[in-house]
Design a protein around this ligand. Structure first.
Ligand code: PLP
Length: 452
């Protein structure tokens, strides 16, 4: 890959290579999400029906999930909305971040405390269902609560699950697989936080650590799994099952907005900002949102300036054919869940016609945003999950970086609904929470001092 040539040809690449913040609008987005004719299709109703079949099982093994449905609250965050304008350093006034701002709190999803509880758990459940059916022990009409009985654990113990992860996918797959009774191995990249590895080991999960990045951990997991016909490899880079699990979020969001009496239409547009690593979670969520809200939903991915793999893949049109390393970036970031150098091929393809744009955020913004959310709304989320917060400011000109606009994104107004997707946080141990918060407060204090 000729770096210099790419930089010269494409100014987006030049900004990305310099790790400068930017906002890029996708010129290929289509009003009709299906018109892209990319061959990517998920039957969201079927995926949701599977999750409903499993509700009695979830209730039995996780009694705290009362209805057996893994879903998160949607919370309006007006005080954070005002604070976000301040975060632009005076570029925007509070009144300039328009409409109603909500937080989609996947940080509080039951069982694994991150957005990965959608896709990851869905894929493990589907594998369990297929295994039980194949062995003649289950039909889709049965009460799936039975799957927690000893004879099923016995069956599942003969099978294994493997996954490569920066942390949270490993938590979801590991916790759910262990509860079902599968043998499970999580291949963790160097970026994964220690507490995530410790927690998994406590639950009987085999955790392998790699000195290399996420791509290497996934490759090793894939290789080992291929050698074993009874092992199911959860392929974060290509899995349609993960993607389907995430996409159910679109249908659930529609229901939540309906319950609030909010209708999305041409006049009441929806803007959604989601942190992106390899792309599976934000890609699946975006797919679902575009299915349910069509042309009136504008979705954006947020990436760290040091790991902007999806922005790079989409803006060059190379998808997974280019890594941030190819343009001289290290891929290292405090946003551990987003420390991915190469985008998912599947998601890059699916986003071409569906995504409105991407923006990048410098790591220095994450902890202050974390502290601001805690102070204004009393909600804790992890550093990776903070990457989406600059979104509402960025798209209306309050970003620090260069703007590559196609003109296809109408600005939010008073009637708009904006949603920041909080992708993780509730499983973070208390001491870590305190130390992240302190870090944020210190940074905010230092910034305030400078301005005076
Ligand atoms: C995994 C993760 C993401 C991004 O999901 P991808 O599927 O890797 O794009 C965002 N935030 C958090 C907290 C995550 O764990």
């Amino acid at each position: 890959m000729e770096i210099e040539k790419l930089k010269a040809e494409n100014p987006v690449v030049k900004e990305l290579a310099a790790c400068r913040e930017l906002y890029w609008e996708n010129p290929d987005r289509l009003p009709d999400p299906a018109a892209g004719d990319d061959g990517i299709y998920v039957d969201i109703d079927e995926a949701e029906a599977r999750l409903i079949r499993f509700a009695p099982f979830i209730r039995r093994v996780f009694p705290e999930v009362e209805d057996g449905i893994i879903e998160s609250p949607l919370t309006e965050i007006p005080d954070m909305q005002d604070a976000l304008a301040m975060e632009t350093g005076g570029v925007l006034q509070p009144s300039e971040i328009k409409g109603r701002l909500f937080l989609k709190r996947d940080s509080d999803l039951p069982i694994s405390g991150s957005v990965k509880a959608r896709g990851g758990i869905y894929e493990v459940l589907k594998f369990a269902e297929e295994t039980a059916i194949k062995n003649g022990m289950l039909t889709p009409e049965d009460d799936y609560g039975r799957l927690a009985d000893p004879e099923f654990r016995e069956l599942f113990s003969g099978y294994s699950v493997a996954v490569g992860s920066t942390g949270n996918l490993g938590l979801s797959i590991g916790i759910m697989s262990a509860v079902i009774g599968f043998q499970v191995t999580v291949h963790m990249s160097a970026d994964a936080r220690q507490w995530k590895k410790d927690l998994l080991r406590e639950k009987g999960v085999t955790v392998r650590e790699y000195p290399d990045d996420y791509e290497a951990a996934v490759a090793q997991g894939r290789k080992e799994a291929e050698a074993d016909p009874k092992c199911h490899f959860v392929d974060d880079e290509n899995s349609m099952d993960l993607f389907a699990g995430y996409s159910v979020a679109g249908k659930r969001l529609k229901k939540q907005l309906d319950e609030l009496g909010i209708t999305i239409d041409k006049e009441h547009r929806l803007y959604v900002y989601i942190p992106c690593g390899v792309g599976g979670a934000p890609g699946g969520v975006t797919y679902g949102i575009r299915e349910y809200f069509g042309e009136n939903a504008y979705c954006f991915f947020a990436e760290p300036t040091h790991a902007p793999c999806m922005t790079l893949g989409l803006a060059t049109g190379l998808g997974s054919g280019i890594s941030v390393k190819d343009i001289g970036i290290d891929g290292k970031t405090e946003a551990d869940g987003l420390a991915v150098g190469r985008a998912s091929a599947l998601v890059a393809k699916a986003m071409k016609s569906r995504l409105s744009g991407c923006f990048t955020a410098d790591d220095s913004r994450l902890y202050p945003l974390l502290a601001m959310l805690q102070d204004t709304e009393g909600i804790f989320i992890e550093p990776s999950a903070c990457a989406g917060f600059p979104g509402p400011g960025v798209i209306c000109g309050g970003g620090a970086g260069t703007v590559f606009a196609s003109g296809a994104v109408p600005l939010p107004d008073e009637k708009s609904i904006q949603i920041i997707w909080a992708t993780g946080g509730s499983m973070v141990p208390e001491e870590e929470k305190q130390s992240y918060y302190k870090k944020g407060c210190e940074a905010l204090g230092a910034a305030g001092g400078e301005q005076e």
